[in-house]
Design a protein around this ligand. Structure first.
Ligand code: MG
Length: 157
């Protein structure tokens, strides 16, 4: 088995779609970035790549490459999981924590888990998504940004 950890942050900006784990959250602001800026899926992909010591998504999908401009991170995740499979591994389980002050995302957690499970072709019971605030402290607390942490366990196919 292999374990991996991923972490990502995006600045929040007015007029951007708020997409988390492939699910659009109704909101008048959202994470800024080159792709759709899905901070949770970015952390998840980095965890998968980290588990196999394959670098990070910055190396696989450089933001200097316009192929990834506005990219759907669900498609990037599908690609990364294909790389994982090609190396002879599949997902054991994944655990994601999203850190943000607002909006409230708890009503969307089950949809997020289902979306990730669908993209990866795994059981929803292997996918955990949690959300927390940082009690109005720091850049997430002030609403300047959103962060996500992810841990994955990969197992031999
Ligand atoms: Mg990112």
């Amino acid at each position: 088995m292999r374990i991996g950890f991923g972490y990502d942050v995006h600045r929040l900006k007015g007029g951007r779609k708020f997409i988390l784990c492939g699910v659009e959250i109704p909101c008048e602001f959202g994470p800024d970035g080159h792709s759709d800026a899905d901070v949770a899926l970015h952390a998840l992909m980095d965890a998968m790549l980290g588990a196999l010591a394959l670098g990070d998504i910055g190396a696989h999908f450089p933001d200097s490459d316009d192929r990834w401009l506005g990219a759907d991170s669900s498609e990037l995740l599908r690609h990364v999981y294909g790389v994982v499979n090609a190396h002879g591994y599949c997902l054991g389980n994944a655990d994601i924590t999203i850190v943000l002050q607002s909006p409230r995302v708890s009503p969307f957690i089950d949809e997020m888990r289902s979306k990730i499970a669908l993209v990866l072709g795994v059981s929803v019971s292997e996918i955990s998504v949690k959300a927390t605030t940082e009690e109005r402290l720091g850049f997430t607390g002030s609403g300047d940004g959103v962060a996500a942490h992810a841990v994955v366990l990969l197992k031999r196919i």
